[in-house]
Design a protein around this ligand. Sequence first.
Ligand SMILES: [Zn+2]
Ligand SMILES: [Zn+2]
Length: 120
Amino acid sequence: MTTNARRRPDAEAESFRCARCGDTVSADAYGTQHRNHCPRCLWSLHVDDRPGDRASGCGGRMEPIAIWVRDDEWVLVHRCQRCEALRPNRIAGDDSPVALLTLAARALANPPFPLDRPMA
Ligand SMILES: [Zn+2]
Ligand SMILES: [Zn+2]
């Protein structure tokens, strides 16, 4: 008998499958009220106009393109591959540290000028 089983329909309805890596992502995550990106690869889906409103009809995949340091807090900047919208999203407590650091280091790893010259 499971008549007293506690169900969490809200959390279940909010979970989604990552369009990038296929992981099932629960929206009910530590450190955020509106988890909208995958903690493993950091990709998101364009479903919100404002965080959590699910009002966008776009549905495009959103690539994490940068880390923005806002008031000493890391914010992921996502860019929609379909409509090119840019969206800031707070990182969540269980986002992959390796994925975050890889993204943050991307600019340093690909400087648009040579590093082996003395600084002017
Ligand atoms: Zn993913
Ligand atoms: Zn979009």
